[in-house]
Design a protein around this ligand. Structure first.
Ligand code: NAD
Ligand code: UD1
Length: 334
């Protein structure tokens, strides 16, 4: 298939492009490079030994998208592009509503115009809010997330559902990611956020390299096995495979899948596993809880296993090893 990947030079997008090329799909990337670098394109080519078309442009720009669709017969779109900094979204909500929902509306308009009605959307476990029970299943009630970033994910899910209600030709897949970490094995692609990281693994790796002094563990008084927050960390390579499986399913409807491992690890579990597999020290101190955090979150991904024949295969040791491998090969000063 010929796939347009929005945000394809980003962290999850780049790994997914590799997986698509390895499965003999043809890929066109559109990315405005707001949170990624152009050299990712050559790295993808190096890893796969295959060609990929790159267009530097904004998904919110009608003319750019229109040109891509008029020049190429796109079979499906995997839509990663968007902004993802939770804290920033609280301070600048309009930037997030425009940068996530606005661009998605433009994309959907152009897709409709060119009769391309197959989309996979990057959603998030954040749409479940504070779950009543665990593990989280796809049919659990959704609730308004605590921040505009999360709200954009929920709103885009609703928009896509309405589009399907109006036109049953659409093939829509909503993939709700749990906590992606790790990198592909060569260490060429990975997650390297600009500035001080907000998420746990990018912070841990920078403490391990000495760029940051100490990890702040946000609370040790949660009702979890060691008091620190529990999450379902999933290797980005497994996540990438989930997209290819979802693409190949290819039937009309709105299909929702949790992509997680089904296992929950606490902040301290992750720190200690990281130290053990990489033989490094990660200094940490316990500080107050972070506003908006929940105690525990992990997926029931049996629906994806049953319907997509997908299951996460890599474990927490692989994730810790590969995250560190990437950063020691690519570390840039903060
Ligand atoms: P990322 O920032 O690494 O990748 C997003 C890419 O989109 C970047 O390369 C950026 O330059 C590009 N982009 C942003 N706005 C654009 C626009 N208007 N036009 C064109 N390109 C644009 O993020 P990621 O971690 O790879 O996340 C990919 C998607 O998955 C996002 O939608 C994110 O919200 C979602 N998601 C991520 C996580 C996570 O923990 N990383 C969890 C759940 C959902
Ligand atoms: C966060 C976002 C979520 C988003 C996801 C991926 C919040 C409230 N949630 O999820 O909307 O989809 O990232 O971008 O921001 N932790 C520390 N110290 C740190 C960083 C994190 O102790 O420096 C803890 C957190 O309290 C949490 C766990 O580590 O228990 C994971 O945090 P993080 O990586 O930020 O992911 P989420 O909070 O699950």
């Amino acid at each position: 298939m010929k796939i347009l990947v929005t945000g394809g030079t980003g962290y999850i997008g780049s790994h997914t492009v590799v997986e698509l090329l390895n499965n003999n799909h043809e890929v066109i990337i559109i990315d405005n490079l707001i949170n990624s670098k152009i050299d990712v394109v050559d790295k993808i080519k190096k890893i796969t030994n295959k060609d990929v078309k790159f267009i530097q442009g904004d998904v919110g720009d009608y003319n750019t998208l229109s040109k891509i669709f008029s020049e190429n017969k796109i079979d499906a779109v995997i839509h990663f592009a968007g902004l993802k900094a939770v804290g920033e979204s609280v301070k600048e909500p309009l930037k997030y509503y425009e940068g996530n929902i606005g661009i998605t509306l433009n994309l959907l308009h152009v897709m409709q115009e060119y009769n391309c009605k197959n989309i996979i959307f990057s959603s998030s476990a954040t749409v479940y809010g504070v779950p009543d029970k665990l593990p989280i299943k796809e049919d659990f009630p959704l609730s308004r997330p605590s921040n505009p970033y999360g709200t954009t994910k929920l709103m885009i899910e609703y928009i896509l559902e309405d589009i399907y209600k109006a036109d049953k030709d659409w093939k829509i897949t909503l993939l709700r990611y749990f906590n992606p970490i790790g990198s592909e094995k060569t260490g060429l692609l990975g997650e390297n956020p600009k500035g001080i990281p907000n998420n746990l693994m990018p912070y841990i790796v920078r403490v391990a390299t000495g760029e940051l002094k100490c990890l702040n563990v946000f609370g040790n008084d949660y009702p979890t096995h060691d008091g620190t927050g529990v999450r379902d960390y999933i290797h980005v390579l497994d996540l990438a495979k989930g997209h290819v499986k979802a693409l190949e399913k290819n039937i009309s409807g709105v299909h929702v899948y949790n992509l997680g491992t089904g296992k929950g690890y606490s902040v301290l579990d992750l720190v200690h596993t990281f130290e053990k597999v990489n033989n490094v020290k990660v200094s940490y101190k316990i500080v107050a809880r972070r506003a908006g955090d929940i105690a525990e979150c992990y997926a029931d991904s049996s629906k994806a296993e049953k319907e997509l024949n997908w299951k996460a295969e890599l474990n927490i040791e692989d994730m810790c090893r590969d995250s560190y491998n990437f950063i020691i090969k690519n570390s840039t000063k903060l």
